[in-house]
Design a protein around this ligand. Sequence first.
Ligand code: NAP
Length: 290
Amino acid sequence: MTEYAKTALILDGKATAKASEKALAKRVAAIKQKSGSTPILATILVGDDPASATYVRMKGNACQRIGMESIRVAMSEDTTTEELLAKIDELNQNPDVHGILLQHPVPDQIDERACFDRIALAKDVDGVTCLGFGRMSMGEHAYGSATPKGIMHLLAAYDVELSGKHAVVVGRSAILGKPMAMMLLNANCTVTICHSKTRDLAQHVMQADIIVGAVGVPELIKTSWIKSGAVVVDAGFHPTESGGVGDVNLARVDELARAYTPVPGGVGPMTINTLIRQTVEAAERAVGIS
Ligand code: NAP
């Protein structure tokens, strides 16, 4: 394989998210000035999974940094689907709440899909409803699923050309792989979606101009599969003693790729950034700014 001559561009999600927060803070101030109200994100955490609790806390902190408020709803591990649906109904009806985040995953006894789909479209700032997915796929307005939408923002921030490129998305989950594939398709990529039943994954990934690792298996995608000059997006994060690794083995990515997202500091910060940006947008719509 011919190696790409340049040192790869780092798609710095941390810096991009930080820069975007300044603009978001101004938009929040404008909402407050026009309506006297503060945008509010409601976060629902069911159970006591420590990783989920950390994510929810980080999302609340991001709201604070841009002058927004967040309401934290904590529900017990034994919550039923009906109880969670009732809580979502309450938040849907609360005019002070502009966005609702139900932290994934919820305990096994809960019908997560039913609960996601109960979130009102106008408040679905994490982009988890079937209706929102369908509308986004058809090019209609909806808040996209936060992680793939954050990836699209990051690629745009670095002017990564997408039109006509072959994107290979490894993973087809409802919150990441599938919406990612649709967003790339809407941006005129030719898209291949791979999953656990895909035969000869390596051969697919080797064709990619843009690789998206959205698989949840540490370093499943090997360095030797990266085509010279490809753009590598790694959504995975798996803690290790030396920090963490992603879904892609990034060992020689610097020599091979045109651009890549670091792990950590690539995709993760953009997910939270997208969530708060979409909440600001929902609040703007509610007060008639956009
Ligand atoms: P998920 O729901 O577990 O889905 C994983 C997907 O990968 C599935 O579609 C699965 O295929 C596929 N897969 C699993 N093993 C495979 C294999 N050996 N070969 C090919 N495909 C395989 O995971 P997810 O929620 O989409 O998350 C994926 C990754 O992104 C994880 O590392 C997660 O931590 C990360 N993530 C990051 C953020 C962030 O904000 N940074 C947010 C969400 C997720 P099947 O459909 O056939 O089972």
